[in-house]
Design a protein around this ligand. Structure first.
Ligand code: AMP
Ligand code: GLY
Length: 419
C-alpha cells in the first residue's frame, strides 16, 4: 500500500517508523516531513495546513491510505476532504475534531454528559470575564477557546495575572479568533497522565499510559514547552484508575460524541489529572500526542497500519492491539534557548541504529542540520523504567549537535512514584 502521513515532527517520525514495520506497506510519503523523516519516507514539500494541495497530491499519487496527524489539518477538515475523493484516512472528521478545536465545545460536552472535569465558566464578553475574575477562586486557569499552538492555557496565580490573560486573548487577540471566547476554570492539582486511545466510534482501546514533561528545565522549572520528554507507562495510572477512567471518562466520551452526531474515529487523547476527587479531564486532543507518541508506539507490538485500517473500516473490535509490558523513555534534545530564541543550522550526528525521532531538522548537501526548537527525541525501551531511562540517556550521549540542550531528569518523578 502507498501510505501518506500529513505532518512533520517527532510524532510523525514515530508514526512513520512504526508503519514502516508493516508488511502491508510499499511506500510512505510525508507531507511535509523533515530532514530526519527523509531517511524513512519520501518527503513532499506540502505544508500540513494546505488541504487543497494535500488532496491533490493524494489523488495524483494514488495514495491507498492517509494518516492525518496534527491538530490543524484535522480541525480544518482534511479528513473530510480526502474522504470526498475516496481516500481512506485515519483521523477524525471536522465535526469530531472540534473536541480539541474548541474548548467551549469540549467543556460543554463534559458537563452535558457528566464526564468529570474542572468547574468552569465560558465568556464571549471581555468585561463579563473581568468582572467574574474579581471574585473567582485563585489560582485560576484561563483558556482560549480555539487552537493556540499549545500556548492558550494560562495558570494565573493572581487576579491581575488572570485579567491580563483575558485581555491579551480577548482584546489584543494574541491568538486571533481562537481567543474570541475564553474558558475560565477551576485550578486542579494532582499527577497528570496522558492516555491515547484507538477508537472507531464503536470500540475504544486505550494505549499504554504516559507522562509528559512540559517545563523546559529540570525539576519542572522554567517555561512551558511542547514537551521535553516522556515515559510510559505512567506509574500513577494503576489498574484501578484505568478501570475508573474507562467507565467514567473514555466510554462516556465516545458515546457522547456519537449522541452529538460527531462520532470520533482515530486517536482520541485524554489529558487527565488524578485529583483527590478522582480522575478528571484536563483536555482532549483529537490526535496522537507529541512527545507521548514517541514512547507509546515503540511499546506497540502489533501492526499499527492494520489497526488504523480497522479503525477506518469501523472494525476495531477485530483488531489485534497488543502492548509490551516493558517501559519506554524519550528524552527530547532541543536547541539551547528554546522555547525562547534559539539558533539553528548546526550539523547533527546521530547513531543510525537507534530509535531517534527527528522533530526539527533539515537536509542540506546531504548533511542533517538543526532546524527547530525541539530538534529530536531519543527513545529507548527496556523491561523496566529505570533501565529505559538509563539507556535513553546513554544514547543521548551518542547524539551531538552544537547548542544542544536537554533535561537530565526525564522519568525521575515516575521512578520516585514507583518506589
Ligand atoms: P494544555 O495546553 O491544554 O495542554 O494545558 C497545559 C497544562 O496546563 C496542562 O498540562 C496542565 O498542567 C495545566 N492545566 C490545564 N488546565 C488545568 C486546570 N484546570 N488545573 C490545573 N492545571 C491545569
Ligand atoms: N503532549 C501534549 C500534546 O500533544 O498536546
Amino acid at each position: 500500500m502507498k501510505v501518506m502521513v500529513v505532518g512533520g515532527g517527532g510524532r510523525e517520525h514515530a508514526i512513520i517508523k512504526k508503519i514502516k514495520e508493516s508488511n502491508k506497506v510499499s511506500e510512505i510519503f510525508a507531507l511535509p516531513g523533515n530532514g530526519g523523516i527523509a531517511q524513512d519516507a519520501t518527503c513532499v514539500d506540502i505544508g500540513a495546513k494546505d488541504i487543497d494541495a494535500i488532496v491533490e497530491f493524494a489523488v495524483k499519487t494514488q495514495i491507498d491510505f492517509a494518516v492525518v496527524a496534527p491538530d490543524d489539518p484535522l480541525v480544518l477538515g482534511c479528513v473530510d476532504a480526502l474522504n470526498e475523493k475516496g481516500i481512506k484516512t485515519f483521523g477524525p472528521n471536522k465535526a469530531a475534531a472540534i473536541i480539541e478545536g474548541s474548548k467551549v465545545f469540549s467543556k460543554n460536552l463534559m458537563k452535558k454528559y457528566n464526564i468529570p472535569t474542572a468547574q468552569y465558566e465560558v465568556f464571549t464578553d471581555m468585561n463579563a470575564a473581568l468582572k467574574y475574575l474579581d471574585t473567582a477562586p485563585i489560582p485560576t486557569v484561563v483558556k482560549a477557546d480555539g487552537l493556540a499552538l499549545g500556548k492558550g492555557v494560562i495558570i494565573a496565580q493572581t487576579r491581575e495575572e488572570a485579567k491580563n490573560a483575558v485581555k491579551s486573548m480577548m482584546e489584543d487577540k494574541v491568538f486571533g479568533e481562537s481567543g474570541s471566547s475564553v474558558v475560565i476554570e477551576e485550578f486542579l492539582t494532582g499527577p497528570e497522565v496522558s492516555v491515547l486511545s484507538f477508537t472507531d466510534g464503536e470500540t475504544l482501546i486505550p494505549m499504554v499510559s504516559s507522562m509528559d514533561h512540559k517545563r523546559a528545565l529540570d525539576n519542572d522549572m522554567g517555561l512551558n514547552t511542547g514537551g521535553m520528554g516522556t515515559v510510559a507507562p505512567n506509574p500513577y495510572y494503576t489498574e484501578e484508575v484505568a478501570k475508573e477512567c474507562m467507565e467514567k471518562i473514555f466510554i462516556p466520551t465516545m458515546e457522547a460524541m456519537n449522541k452529538e452526531g460527531r462520532s470520533f474515529s482515530g486517536c482520541l487523547y485524554f489529558g487527565l489529572m488524578l485529583t483527590s476527587d478522582g480522575p478528571k479531564v484536563i483536555e482532549y486532543n483529537c490526535r496522537f500526542g507529541d512527545p507521548e507518541t514517541q514512547v507509546v508506539l515503540p511499546l506497540l507490538e502489533s501492526d499499527l497500519l492494520e489497526i488504523m485500517l480497522h479503525i477506518s473500516d469501523k472494525t476495531l473490535k477485530d483488531a489485534d492491539v497488543r502492548f509490551s509490558n516493558g517501559s519506554a523513555c524519550c528524552v527530547v534534545m532541543a536547541s539551547n534557548g528554546y522555547p525562547g530564541k534559539y539558533e539553528t543550522g548546526y550539523e547533527i550526528t546521530i547513531p543510525t541504529d537507534k530509535n531517534i525521532y527527528v522533530a526539527g531538522a533539515k537536509l542540506a548537501d546531504g548533511k542533517l542540520l538543526t532546524g527547530g526548537g525541539r530538534v529530536l527525541g531519543v527513545t529507548e525501551t527496556a523491561p523496566n523504567l529505570k533501565e529505559a531511562i538509563d539507556k535513553a540517556y546513554a544514547t543521548v550521549k551518542e547524539v551531538s549537535f552544537a547548542n544542544a540542550y536537554y533535561r537530565s531528569d526525564i522519568g525521575a518523578k515516575a521512578l520516585k512514584a514507583l518506589n
